[in-house]
Design a protein around this ligand. Structure first.
Ligand SMILES: Cc1cc2nc3c(=O)[nH]c(=O)nc-3n(C[C@H](O)[C@H](O)[C@H](O)COP(=O)(O)O)c2cc1C
Length: 208
């Protein structure tokens, strides 16, 4: 069987979701996938970025991370998204990227992608689930196969127990308050496993 091809697509202003993307890549590689870590384009005005030293430093530190393209979406059997919470929703940067996928969607090329999502927020009840669910709404329109972690591993409990997708709270300095590395790795392992079942299954069953 060919390896599962997995894209980890993230947006991050201050590094949290980049770190989660790196852990997801680690888990997916461990599970045998070919992996790309890709960022979505930054859209914020330069003045806003310059006014926040952590944002400016993160952008500089990740300037060599490749930018996600429609070709990457076509390439991937599976996609793990990681995106901060903004007012209980996705940041415009991630939404704008999703909004560029209309042509692929129209051509049916996003159907049966195996997907999963993660997020971060500053407050425990600041909208973690809402952000993940809003991303999953787009995935349902794609005809993607959403793989949530549920409570399929003990690591979920140490990480705050979000069954929709791993999420973490960050303090004012940007430090993660929960240890979510194990949960992210489990989520990536699980996403690759399900993507492998789908990829194998496509060889024996006609595709819908
Ligand atoms: C405009 C804006 C809106 C935000 N909205 C929320 C929110 O609704 N709930 C919350 O808990 N945190 C909110 N935050 C905090 C971010 O979620 C937090 O900074 C982010 O998760 C850090 O991720 P990053 O380091 O990957 O950028 C907001 C931050 C900004 C700048």
């Amino acid at each position: 069987m060919n390896n599962v091809k997995l894209a980890v697509i993230y947006y991050s202003s201050t590094g949290t979701n980049y770190k989660m993307a790196e852990w997801a890549a680690e888990g997916a590689i461990q599970a045998g996938a070919d992996v790309k870590i890709l960022k979505v384009p930054e859209l914020a005005p330069e003045a806003a970025i310059q006014s926040n030293p952590a944002w400016k430093a993160h952008l500089e530190a990740t300037k060599d991370v490749p930018t996600a393209s429609l070709e990457d979406l076509e390439w991937a059997d599976a996609i793990i998204f990681s995106s901060p919470t903004r007012f209980g929703n996705l940041p415009g940067q991630m939404k704008q990227f999703l909004d560029t996928t209309g042509r692929l969607w129209f051509q049916g090329k996003l159907a049966n992608k195996v997907v999963s999502a993660m997020t971060s927020a500053s407050n425990l009840h600041g909208g973690h689930e809402a952000t993940i669910l809003s991303l999953y709404t787009t995935m349902y329109h794609w005809g993607a196969i959403v793989v949530s972690p549920g409570y399929t591993d003990q690591s979920l409990f140490a990480a705050g127990g979000n069954p929709y997708g791993t999420s973490v709270t960050v303090d004012r300095e940007g430090n993660m308050k929960e240890d979510v590395r194990g949960a992210v790795i489990h989520q990536a392992n699980r996403t690759v496993a399900v993507a492998g079942w789908v990829k194998n299954g496509k060889q024996v069953q006609p595709e819908y």
